[in-house]
Structures are given as C-alpha cells and as structure tokens.
Design a protein around this ligand. Structure first.
Ligand code: MCA
Ligand code: AMP
Length: 505
C-alpha cells in the first residue's frame, strides 16, 4: 500500500520534537505549545468525523484569525477534508457564490456576522454550521470539550486535494484552485531548505490566513520548524515594531514595509536579532528595498508565487538580493517563456512565464474547461510577463492579465466593472490600478455617465460596498465623457493609467 501522503504527518514530525515549546503566542490569548496544538487538532479532527465530514468534503471557513482557526485548518488536513478559506471581507453576495460552488459539509463563521448570514443559511442547505469568534469562543470550541485527543491521521494520496483557494479571474467569477497534499508538502519543504529555516526562528505572523502567503508560506515554515510564531490578528505597525526585537523573521506584502518605514523607531539596533525580512504577493519597489536596507540594516528577500502554484521564484538567502527582481526558480520548478501564440522564446526576451513542478495545482474546482485553458503542454500559464537574464535571474516586468494588486490583495477590474455597468447612472466603466503610496496600487473607476447629469459617486460607492469586499471598492471614481478606444474598439486602459498616474501622489 502507498505511504500516507497526508501533509499533517510531515508537520507532526516537528510537533513531536518541539513538544512543550511555544507554537503560537500572541498579545490577546494564552500561548499554545506544540503538544497542545497536536492534541487540539486531534480533538477537532474527531469532531469533524463525528459530524460526518468525510475525506473530500468541503469545510468552508470565514472566521477571524485566531489560534483555533489554525487548529481547524490542521484538523481538516488530518481528516482528509478539503479546507476552503475565505477572505473575511467578502460580502454576503460573494459568499453566496462560494457556498453554491463548494457545497460545503460544514461552514465555520464569525458569530459577529451571524445575523447578517441568516438569509444565506436559509437559502442554502448547509448540513452543519459552527461559530468561531475572535476570542476563540463559540460552538466550535464548545464542541471540542471531552473529545479524545488522539486521532489516526486519515491516509491520503499525494494528489488528493487538501485546500481550495479562490482566486478571481479576468472573466469576473472566482475560481477555486485545488491544491493537493503533495503540492503543499513539496513547496513547504523547498522553502524550508532554501531559506535555511531554524527551530529557533521566531516568526512575526501578521498576514491573514486565508491566502497563500499567510496560510502556506508563513504558517507552514514555522510549523515545519517547530518554531514560535508571534501571532497578530492583523497587521498593526506599532505592534510589529514592538515585536521585532523578539523575532528573527517577518513575512509581509510591500505595504508592511512602506508602513514600517514611516516609524522613526525602525533602526538597525531594533532589527539586530532579525535574520530575514521576506516580501511578496506584489512588486516591491526598488526605493522601498533601498530605504529599508538603509533604515534597518537588512536587504529584504523578495520572492514570487501564485495561489495556483505556491512559491515559484526567490531571491537567494546567501548571495545578492537584487531589487526589482524575484530571484531564481525554486529547485524543483521548471519554466519556459512564451509569446502570445505559445511559442517558446529565448530567455532573454520578454514573454509570459509558464511553469511546471510538484507545487503546481491540480486544476480549478468543477471547472475542467478553465483548467484546460490555463495549461499548455503540461505547463501552467501564469499570465505574468517576465524577463530572465543570462544568470537565470527573473524579473516580473508586467502582467498579461487585467489585474490590480492592492496591498497584496488581487482585484480583477472585470468584477467591479460588471457591478458598475449595471447601475442606471453609468453608461460604461473602466477600472484601473494606479500607483498608491500605501497600497502600491489603488483601484480607480473611470465612468462615462448615462446622462448629462453627474452620477452621485458616494451612492455608487455605497452600492459597490454592499456587493464587494471593501478592498475591491475604488478609492476614487472619476467621470469622463468617453473612454479612449483603439481601432478594434477595445478600451485603452494604458492611456487611462497614464492619465491618472498622479492621482495619489
Ligand atoms: C484594507 N483595505 C484595503 C486593503 N486592505 N484597500 C485596498 N487594498 C487593501 N489591501 C481597506 C479597508 O477595508 C478600509 O476600507 C481601508 O482600506 C483602510 O484599511 P486599513 O485599516 O488601512 O487596512 P489594514 O487593515 O491596515 O490592511 C492593510 C493591509 C492588509 C495590512 C495591507 O490589506 C493586508 O494584510 N494585506 C495582505 C494581503 C495578503 O496577505 N496577500 C497575500 C495574497 P474602509 O475604510 O472603506 O472600510 S497571496 C498571494 O498573493 C500570492 C500567492 C503570493 O505571492 O503571496
Ligand atoms: P494570487 O492570484 O493571489 O495568487 O496572486 C498571484 C500574482 O501576484 C502573481 O501572478 C503576480 O502577478 C503577483 N505577485 C506575487 N508576488 C509578486 C512579486 N514578488 N512581484 C510581482 N508580482 C507578484
């Protein structure tokens, strides 16, 4: 019989070694040791079993970031259930789609949202719902009492799905990227070795745990190391400054670093125990890299990845970290660069990056058509435009997809344009990203009104806020008589981006 490829078993090796060492520490809760974490995941996995959550069943999760939320994720791995984390900013409209698409056996939610969720619970037949509040209280916690703290981790194949991460798309509807136990394990082990992770590393964990960066890269490395995490429910720059002297590693999106740079207390002396600052999820500006090096004494390590693939490229731990580049392919990642027709180019040309490796996902949930479209000859088409130098160092120079990255969150313009175009006051819209000093890029909507009367932009913002997560809502709406178009009739967003490039400067 094939070996049990459950990723939890890989993590559990370090849990046993770390034993009474602190795993999760934080300002708002009692410290959790590795042996306590292991027992709690066993109790939770036993609960899932009693609730009839079978391997392959979906567990949909939209909760605050707490220690028990980490336990729930690990318990899903242990049970062979498919964990589906959702951004806590998603509105009911967005949730409705995720519930219908995943047909969850269990939905774990924040009781603070309970009343608002009632219509959704009435509309969908979800077999079990449980609460998980920001202080870890609620029916999930209450249901664990008296559950046995021993659980036989469910056997899975490396290709069995562990997690579905939703990512939006150019057509507007989010798609669920299916990541297997093998995907998670290979990527975590690669990074663990590449970044020379140590048991005595102390990680400041200030990222959300519903995306790849916080859930996989940060959490997995700390757990594999049996290391201590200083766990914050969200990024708070003052708290991070306070924690830096006790920590060795911080992982963040570029906004973390631009906000840290605004703190006078950021000095080489403050950062003397740190060994690694990692940035990813969005481009890190060269000026941020340089300023941070001067102010902290550390050269940020920038790496690049995607929800569908986990991490793909990384600047070196030892050796030159070059600003504006994302470094080299991880050892088990192979790639090619192609033109728009899919013809392979020599690596010194600019083209779309395509990748292959044990980290590449198994396809989109219930969407074989989309999966087929995004692969070519076994390579996943990233949609990122790259340039690779003669040393094999990769720079992301653009995107072949209409995507805005705001504070590390991906925003697909189409999703917002669809809502705007439905409004009576709007004839047509174009949503673009423009440079923003805090979020890197900010969402801006350019509108052509349907009548001579100017639309009430605040009303439009309120309409958008009711339907879309707040980070997707434009930071500014501008009105124009018409949108620039090329001879094919396509809106020339590049011209709009140029026109409004200074909007936030
Ligand atoms: C919050 N707001 C935002 C964002 N975050 N608006 C645009 N972009 C954002 N990222 C909204 C809030 O809803 C609020 O709106 C207003 O902006 C002010 O919020 P603020 O308090 O400043 O925000 P915050 O709570 O401090 O959050 C900013 C943040 C956060 C710390 C940058 O967005 C964050 O943690 N981002 C990390 C995202 C991440 O983990 N990405 C990894 C994806 P209002 O006032 O109207 O309510 S994984 C990935 O991309 C790949 C695989 C990879 O390579 O890692
Ligand atoms: P997601 O869809 O959330 O997985 O976001 C993945 C996308 O984020 C990639 O396709 C890139 O466009 C972008 N990305 C991630 N890391 C970086 C980086 N270091 N530099 C530039 N873009 C990045």
């Amino acid at each position: 019989m094939a070996e049990n490829a459950n990723f939890y078993l890989q993590l559990q090796k370090s849990f046993h070694t770390a034993n009474s060492r602190a795993c999760i520490s934080g300002p708002d809760f009692t410290e959790l040791s590795y042996s306590e974490l292991d027992s709690l995941t066993a109790q939770t996995a036993n609960l899932l079993k009693e609730l009839g959550i079978r391997p392959g069943a979906r567990v949909l999760v939209q909760t605050p970031k707490t220690p028990l939320a980490v336990v729930l994720y690990l318990a899903c791995l242990r049970s062979g259930a498919i964990y589906v984390p959702l951004n806590s900013a998603y509105t009911n409209e967005e949730l409705d789609y995720f519930i219908a698409d995943t047909e969850p056996a269990l939905f774990v939610y924040d009781p603070a949202q309970g009343e608002a969720l009632a219509p959704l619970f009435a509309r969908h037949n979800i077999p079990t719902v449980l609460e998980l509040a920001e202080d870890d209280s609620g029916s999930l916690f209450n249901s664990l009492i008296d559950r046995p703290a021993i659980h036989q981790t469910v056997p899975v194949d490396a290709d069995d799905i562990a997690v579905i991460i939703y990512t939006s798309g150019t057509t507007g509807k989010p798609k669920g990227a299916m990541l297997s136990h093998g995907n998670l394990c290979s990527n975590a082990l690669s990074l663990f070795s590449l970044w020379d992770w140590r048991a005595d590393d102390v990680l400041i964990h200030a990222l959300p745990i519903f995306h790849v960066h916080g859930l996989f890269v940060a959490l997995h490395l700390a757990l594999l190391g049996g290391s201590n995490m200083l766990f914050l429910s969200r990024f708070n720059v003052e708290q991070v400054i306070e924690l830096i002297p006790r920590a060795t590693v911080l992982m963040g999106v570029p906004t973390f670093y631009t906000r840290l740079l605004q703190q006078e207390s950021l000095t080489p002396a403050l950062c003397k125990n740190m060994r690694l600052f990692v940035s990813g999820s969005a481009p890190l500006l060269e000026e941020t890299f340089n300023e941070f090096a001067a102010r902290s004494g550390h050269r940020i390590l920038e790496r690049y990845g995607m929800s569908e693939t986990g991490m793909l490229m990384s600047n070196p731990l030892d050796g030159d970290r070059v600003p504006g580049t994302v470094g080299f392919a991880l050892p088990d990642v192979s790639y090619r660069v192609c033109d728009d027709e899919g013809n392979e180019l020599s690596t010194d040309s600019i083209g779309t990056l395509q990748v292959k490796g044990p980290n590449v996902f198994k396809g989109y949930w219930r969407n074989p058509e989309k999966t087929r479209q995004e692969f070519a000859d076994g390579y996943f088409i990233t949609g990122d435009l790259v340039n690779i130098d003669d040393q094999d160092r990769v720079s992301i120079v653009g995107r072949n997809k209409d995507l805005i990255i705001s504070g590390g969150y991906n925003v697909y313009p189409k999703e917002i344009e669809l809502v705007l175009d439905e409004q009576a006051a709007v004839q047509e819209s174009a949503v673009i990203g423009v440079p923003h000093p805090d979020f890197g890029e900010a969402v801006v909507a350019v509108l052509v009104p349907s009548s001579a009367q100017k639309p009430d932009t605040q009303e439009l913002i309120n309409t958008l806020k009711a339907q879309l997560a707040s980070y997707k809502v434009p930071k500014r709406i501008v009105i124009k008589k018409e949108l620039p178009r090329n001879t094919m009739g396509k809106v020339q967003k590049n011209l709009l981006r140029d026109e409004y490039a200074q909007l936030f400067s």
